[in-house]
Write a protein that binds this ligand. Structure first.
Ligand code: SF4
Length: 74
């Protein structure tokens, strides 16, 4: 039996709470391929809610650096 999916990596999932976000922009600076800020409010915009494994380190750093705790990763 072939088990193609056995070792398939699951992408992380990003959640951003714009009610909590204070628009500090650390996320967009740290992982610009995944986060941006809205032009009006300056709050976080998630460009890619399930980014590839190659973005994981930057995303985890952004989550740590976010001063408001608006970001979470599962
Ligand atoms: S780093 Fe945190 S507070 Fe700053 S824009 Fe991103 S989510 Fe918002």
């Amino acid at each position: 039996m072939k088990e193609d999916h056995l070792f398939e990596e699951e992408n992380m999932k990003i959640t951003a709470d714009t009610e909590v976000c204070i628009g500090a922009g650390m996320c967009a600076l740290t992982a610009p391929e995944v986060f941006d800020q809205s032009e009006e409010e300056g709050t976080v915009v998630v460009l890619d809610g399930e980014p590839p494994a190659s973005s994981e380190a930057a995303v985890r750093r952004a989550v740590q650096l976010c001063p408001s705790g608006a970001l979470s990763v599962s």
